[in-house]
Design a protein around this ligand. Structure first.
Ligand SMILES: N[C@@H](CCC(=O)N[C@@H](CS)C(=O)NCC(=O)O)C(=O)O
Length: 269
């Protein structure tokens, strides 16, 4: 049986859970605990040398990198299809998957840490323990060295991440217009929608949906439609939304509108 190493709140894990549920595949859940750094243990690094989740196990083989996991599942389990049959549309879908990995996936980390409670476990840690864990990370040392573990990110780092989110929703809006909706590549829900959905949902959950509600209402409609899918509800297991894990910190839609208003004001100044 398929099994998945994942964290509930990991956007890359949600992306894979979305496809498993859309395809109605049976899978076993191996939840790792991020605050206990299970993903940096020697046994796990043998499965995923990047030291991150998710990792899918199929036929005893470890498959990692969320986008390559999506393509693997799509190639192997073909009863239902989530790639456009038209080759031009398929190429557009793949271009968007690359875009999502390069731009919004890392950008969403900044507000998730700053406003979503993810910084908490590091603030509670000694400097020595923090730097030894940073050194253990095969790919992410630069990211962990880019913020102050007690104060988090600077406003300019946060605003730079907002620039990327705005670039992302603009790109999505263009796709919805060009291909006619209701999904990013047109009539059929596909891997492109699943890749970006956990990121846009995260921004909404953090209260940062002010980055698109007035400028790109098409994104609010798309998000609402995607959230209504039964497979989406199943993949957002308990703890996927940071408002569930940190209800005292994370306020849901609109909660950080002062921040997004300040961002737009700063842009137009
Ligand atoms: N490019 C990777 C990124 C995976 C990734 O960054 N996963 C995060 C959770 S979304 C993680 O495991 N973080 C652990 C850490 O930062 O130590 C993928 O798409 O699978």
């Amino acid at each position: 049986m398929l099994s998945l190493y994942h964290f509930p709140q990991s956007t890359c894990s949600i992306k894979v859970r979305l496809l498993l549920e859309e395809k109605k595949l049976e899978w076993q859940s191996n939840q790792l605990i991020s605050s206990e750094h299970h993903h940096l243990s020697d046994w796990y690094l043998k499965l995923n040398p990047n030291g991150v989740v998710p990792t899918l196990i199929d036929d005893d083989l470890p498959i990692f990198e969320s986008t390559s996991i999506l393509e693997y599942i799509e190639d192997k389990y073909t009863e239902t299809n989530f790639r456009p049959a038209n080759l031009f549309l398929r190429s557009q879908m793949r271009a968007f998957l690359v875009f999502v990995d390069v731009w919004p996936t890392p950008a969403v980390r900044t507000p998730s840490f700053q406003f979503g409670g993810l910084l908490k476990k590091f603030t509670a840690m000694s400097d020595e323990k923090f730097s030894s864990l940073v050194k253990k990370r095969p790919l992410k040392a630069e990211f962990y060295n880019s913020f102050d573990k007690n104060k988090g990110f600077s406003d300019s780092q946060i605003f730079s991440s907002f620039d990327v989110i705005v670039r992302t929703v603009k790109r999505m809006d263009e796709m919805l217009q060009k291909f006619g909706g209701p999904w990013l590549l047109g009539e059929d829900y596909c891997l492109a929608d699943m890749a970006v959905l956990p990121l846009i949902d995260r921004m909404q959950d953090l209260g940062l949906d002010g980055l698109w509600v007035n400028t790109y209402p098409s994104i609010s409609d798309w998000l609402f439609r995607a959230q209504q899918r039964p497979a989406t509800a199943k993949s957002f297991i308990k703890g996927s939304r940071l408002s569930e894990q940190f209800p005292d910190l994370v306020g849901g839609p609109g909660a950080l509108c002062n921040y997004t208003d300040a961002y737009f004001k700063n842009k137009s100044a």
